[in-house]
Design a protein around this ligand. Structure first.
Ligand code: NZQ
Ligand code: ZN
Length: 395
């Protein structure tokens, strides 16, 4: 059976080729007069997007300050720099120009600026709960993390490599500007990792301890079929607007909780992956692809019916076999798809070597917060189960 829910998705989405032109009016509508432009390692500079945003805002009488250099799997040190800068410059709105890493860094800065009672990391440690933020918006350049509509903010602490997310509606983007043309320049690997992440946000709400909300299932299933088709097409034809657009919209819908209505987040694969990307700096979506099949085989006993339905409606597995055979066929079909877009389906494929016993022990320790924390919904996982999945994926 499914559960009750409370659905909230307050981000205004401005989607299409001309969407960036609206940036100044969107910032003004949200009270911004002095804006931090936050961006990554250079793609927004090379494409001219940063210049364009600055120009449009300045022409409308909105002042800007800039902070670039956010790395994938964004770091606490950058967040602290951003907090200092915003305070010193009197910033009243933050505009993230980039992907999940830039948006999450912006969200963390937004939490940190009004918090003067301690250090911004207190929120990730659970020592404090955010009560205020600087408002923020984004110009999305990669469909992947879904941070543009999500309530999450995932940051890595540089010195301990603890990568952790916190959730609050306070950090939701006021608006998300999405021009699919901006994603034409994505490298194939980032396109594929992004598509994987979108699929995983959907599948990690589909495979839970709940079932029976067939409307939510149908939305999730259509989303998954669309992502697989569109990813395949744009990898051959990177400037295909229609399919870049579908991927971009799917990315937002995959993580704005629409496909959670009646269900909940399992997110075990996500949590296990966060340890991989914190420890080894790998691309989040690729890390998910490397782990999911091992997680799925681990949780399968007792959940064959759910996997068999997925096999038929999403992966096109011929019905008629027994549920166990259908389930295995569906897991293999997902892995075949990941391979077809250049994603790994094991840790050795991801890193070029197996992880050591010591590395597994460290990842399990962090993921389970020293053995005090469990993950997962379809199957609750403690340290023993986490270790089993890492070991099964270590090929
Ligand atoms: O840094 P630049 O130069 O901009 O390059 C980026 C980066 O190297 C590049 N890129 C982005 N747009 C581009 C482009 N290159 C060419 N053309 C463009 N249009 O792509 C690379 C990856 O960018 P990143 O922002 O790291 O990607 P993604 O959106 O996948 O974000 C990953 C981060 O989000 C977290 C992940 O853990 C990871 O830290 N997540 C955040 C979530 C959330 N807040 O809701 C949920 C997710 O599950 C995820 O955990
Ligand atoms: Zn993700």
């Amino acid at each position: 059976m499914f559960k009750d829910f409370n659905y909230y998705a307050p981000t205004r989405v401005v989607f299409g080729r001309e969407s960036e032109e609206q940036v100044a009016s969107l910032v003004k509508q949200n009270g911004g007069s002095r804006v931090l432009l936050h961006y990554g390692g250079g793609s927004a500079v090379r494409s001219g997007l940063l210049d364009k945003m600055r120009l449009l805002l300045n022409q409308a009488g909105i002042a800007t300050v800039e902070l670039g250099g956010v790395v994938p799997n964004p770091l606490l040190s950058m967040v602290r720099r951003g907090v200092e800068l915003c305070r010193a410059e009197g910033v009243d709105f933050i505009l993230a120009i980039g992907g999940g890493s830039v948006i999450d860094s912006a969200k963390a800065i937004a939490y940190g600026v009004p918090y003067t009672a301690g250090d911004v990391w207190d929120f990730w440690e659970g020592k404090a709960v955010p009560t205020a933020t600087v408002p923020l918006g984004c110009v999305l350049t990669i469909p992947a993390a879904g941070s543009e509509m999500s309530s999450s903010c995932v940051i890595t602490r540089d010195d301990t490599l603890v990568k952790r997310g916190i959730n609050s509606d306070l950090c939701r983007c006021r608006f998300a500007i999405m021009n699919p043309e901006r994603t034409f320049t994505l490298p194939a690997y980032q396109t594929a990792a992004g598509a994987t992440d979108i699929m995983m946000h959907t599948m990690e709400r589909y495979f839970t301890r709940f079932n029976g909300m067939t409307l939510t299932d149908a939305i999730a299933e259509a989303l998954l079929r669309t992502v697989m088709e569109s990813a395949t097409i744009v990898l051959r034809d990177p400037e295909n607007y229609q399919h870049r657009a579908q991927l971009m919209w799917a990315g937002s819908l995959s993580h704005n909780d629409l496909t959670e209505c009646g269900y909940e987040k399992d997110f075990a694969t996500h949590r296990l992956e966060h340890e991989l990307s914190a420890e080894f700096g790998v691309t989040h979506g690729a890390g998910l692809a490397a782990l999911w099949g091992s997680w799925a085989r681990f949780v399968l006993p007792g959940h064959e019916a759910r996997f068999a339905g997925f096999a038929e409606r999403v992966m096109g597995v011929e019905p008629g076999k027994d549920p166990h055979a259908m389930s295995i066929a569906s897991i293999e079909a997902v892995e075949d798809f990941f391979h077809s877009i250049g994603m790994p389906v094991g840790i050795v494929e991801l890193l070029g070597r197996p992880v050591t016993d010591g590395e597994i022990a460290r990842m399990v320790d962090r993921c389970s917060r020293g053995g005090t924390f469990t993950i997962g919904s379809m199957v609750k996982m403690g340290p023993k189960e986490m270790e089993a999945v890492y070991r099964a994926a270590n090929h």
